[in-house]
Design a binder for this molecule. Structure first.
Ligand code: ZN
Ligand code: ZN
Length: 687
């Protein structure tokens, strides 16, 4: 090992030392020496650029190339361009990619096959199909790599049909696909469930002697499984002369995706009996498979078997098996997992523990999140961020704020995510002045420039706090372009505070920024209806229709005994529909007796003729809550999820139900969690 950097060496020795350093992976020393050379030649530049890319510093490589270009003494050659094109591919930087492409054309390599192929790959990784097509078309000679790279670019950009088209064009042009091409195109067939083309590719592979290729075969198994042809998937698998871990795992997932859990388990046992070396993917594939098929008990059994085999569950395992723990009462093994995590992970794995906090919060188990967090012996920025966000999600602004102050005073540096978390927590709890001072402290004390998220959070804080004019002024004073989030926050608050003029202004901006979001039209129309401006409201509805924007239908779901039950408005498909409506009618009667008035404002949400059946009693969230109550089975709480915001009347009704029935009802809507208990909601009627 060379310990000191030699100084004042003759140039040829300099180069020798740099090469030595690069060979031993010591990029830092190589760079120090490189910087001492006044005019490095192009080979040396290229060498260093390549080394940066290889060692995972593509941005540094791109910077180096820029420096080289700025000196302007020598023109880039093909090798230099090749190495920086790889750097752009790795970093996915499309702007730099275009610059490299321009340079290639400028210095006469525009139709060079080797460089062209590298640039198609580069644009593919940047997901910029237009660029790839230009390079491709400029190539005078195209080989199998050019076609395959183009194909894979289409796949990367999600343009699967074009990828299939490219394969056909390739064959027509007389270029023969190779194994690489086949494994690029098969995933596209899987996603599109294009069995015919998949078969064609398969046949082509056999004709061209690729039936022994492991990658092609694994991709074929996956393709057949995605097209529900499990028999053919099996056949390919059984005929494989060689299998690796990936092929086994693909076959197991294939069984699961076709609902054949037993076959998957048999295959897994065969794998073990044959002495195939299992890896994390195998264990996780089988645990996920059982969870996806609703077989939590089986998943838990595999979970404990995994540990008998000496595998410590990792983050993916924990995250996939955790939903089984959210119904601790109803599952025998649930508590075991929970205690397993507590026994084994706390002191070792910060990432898994943090994932646990987040998953618990997402499942509505905020108390468990807190318990896990408080037991962590060491907390890093991500852990603090997670508990802050967890509190914010549940509308516990004060606690989010408390955590934030604790974090700062314990010496952990907040980052940009921390501030988004604490500000959004504050907005739900109307802590306006606290938010303002945190926002101003960002650049002043924490050296973090607020970004568009933070600005949107502040607009939300001010809007929800009822300081609408201030919020509007804040948007106008923003040094960056206000996002849809900022205008959306203002518009949402205009509904709550019944501010028609500002509502119109906010909506007019939103119609420009995100013209296809139905929520904005509905919100403005609701504001207008509340203000009894019927004509203008129906104009907005018409505008929405004319632009062909469809309202997203509201939908709620609830898990009862390992099964997910979904409800839409006016749903009568459930086996217990009669009981559900009876229950809701009784509740409504009791509510009237108790002096509740139905919030008719929300009946008017849907004035369209097609929505007329949409009356108050049958909103999806009410149906799901009623269903949950009817199937309580001794539990003290139910959890309902909704894809849109909860409506005001449902909010009132659920508060009432929680009080009358004496249970805790947790509803997660598109924005936040509502915890209903004893006739009150954690959001304090503000959402
Ligand atoms: Zn409702
Ligand atoms: Zn609420």
């Amino acid at each position: 090992m060379i310990s000191k950097i030699p100084t004042n060496l003759p140039p040829h020795l300099n180069i020798k030392f740099i090469k030595n350093y690069l060979n031993s992976g010591d990029l830092k020393r190589a760079r120090q020496l490189f910087d001492k050379i006044s005019e490095p030649d192009i080979q040396l530049w290229t060498l260093l650029i390549t080394a940066y890319t290889r060692q995972g510093h593509p941005k540094e490589a791109i910077k180096l190339y820029a420096e080289f270009r700025n000196r302007g003494k020598v023109n880039p050659d093909k090798l230099a361009l090749l190495s920086v094109a790889k750097a752009c591919a790795t970093s996915g930087d499309v702007f730099k990619a275009k610059e490299i492409h321009d340079d290639a054309i400028k210095y006469g390599f525009g139709s060079d096959l080797l460089l062209g192929n590298a640039m198609i790959d580069m644009y593919g990784k940047c997901k910029y199909i237009e660029g790839a097509k230009i390079v491709f078309d400029d190539l005078r000679v195209k080989d199998v790599i050019s076609w395959t790279s183009l194909c894979s670019c289409y796949v990367n950009c999600g343009l699967l049909r074009d990828a299939l088209w490219a394969i056909r064009a390739m064959c027509q042009s007389g270029t023969r696909p190779n194994a690489m091409t086949l494994s690029t195109i098969l995933p596209a067939c899987s996603v599109l469930k294009s069995l015919n083309l998949g078969r064609e590719v398969h046949g082509f592979g056999i004709k061209n002697c690729m039936e022994d290729n492991m990658f092609v075969n694994s991709a074929l198994v996956d393709m057949y499984a995605s097209c529900s042809s499990i028999k053919q998937a099996e056949q390919v698998f059984h005929n494989m002369p060689l299998r690796d871990m990936v092929s086994w795992n693909v076959m197991i997932s294939a069984y699961f995706s076709n609902g054949k859990c037993e076959d998957a388990l048999n295959m897994f046992d065969r794998m073990i009996n044959r002495g195939v070396k299992l890896n994390y993917d195998s264990w996780n594939a089988i645990i996920c498979g059982f969870m996806d098929n609703g077989q939590t008990q089986q998943a838990l059994e595999i979970f404990s078997r995994m540990q008998q085999f000496g595998f410590k569950p990792n983050q993916i395992t924990i995250t996939s098996v955790l939903p089984a723990c959210t119904h601790l009462e109803s599952l025998r093994g649930g508590k075991e997992i929970h205690s397993y995590i507590i026994r084994h992970l706390f002191y070792e794995d910060l990432t898994a523990t943090t994932a646990l906090i987040f998953v618990y919060a997402k499942c509505g188990e905020l108390e468990l999140s807190h318990r896990v967090f408080s037991m962590m012996p060491k907390k890093d920025t991500v852990a603090w961020n997670t508990i802050i966000i967890a509190n914010a999600m549940h509308g516990r602004g004060e606690e989010a704020l408390f955590n934030f102050n604790e974090m700062v005073s314990s010496g952990i540096k907040p980052n940009s995510v921390t501030f988004t978390g604490v500000l959004s927590g504050c907005s739900h709890s109307r802590l306006v002045d606290e938010s303002l001072s945190i926002f101003h402290s960002m650049s002043k004390y924490h050296n973090i420039e607020p970004d568009v998220e933070h600005y949107s959070c502040m607009v939300d804080v001010l809007s929800r706090g009822g300081r609408l004019m201030e919020a509007y002024q804040f948007i106008q004073d923003m040094p960056i372009e206000p996002s849809a989030g900022a205008w959306g926050a203002l518009l949402g608050a205009c509904r709550i505070y019944k501010h028609v003029d500002l509502g119109r202004i906010a909506a007019s901006h939103l119609f420009k920024v995100e013209p296809n979001n139905p929520g904005n039209y509905v919100l403005l129309s609701n504001i207008l209806v509340t203000a009894k401006l019927w004509g203008e409201a129906s104009e907005i509805r018409k505008l929405m229709r004319d632009r062909g924007i469809k309202k997203v239908p509201g939908c709620s779901w609830i898990q009862v005994k390992d099964r997910m039950h979904t409800f839409v408005v006016g749903d009568k498909k459930n086996d217990q529909s009669d009981e559900i409506y009876k229950f809701l009618n009784e509740m409504r009667k009791k509510m009237k007796l108790a002096g509740y008035l139905p919030d008719t404002e929300f009946v008017l949400q849907d004035l369209d003729a097609e929505d007329q059946e949409d009356s108050l009693c049958n909103h999806s969230e009410k149906l799901a809550v009623a269903f949950g109550i009817l199937n309580l089975n001794g539990e003290s709480s139910i959890r309902v999820f909704k894809n849109l915001r909860i409506c005001g009347d449902c909010h009132n009704t659920i508060k009432f139900i929680a009080k009358i029935v004496g249970v805790q009802i947790i509803v997660r809507d598109s924005l936040r969690f509502h915890h209903f208990k004893d006739g009150l909601c954690s959001c304090k009627d503000f959402w």
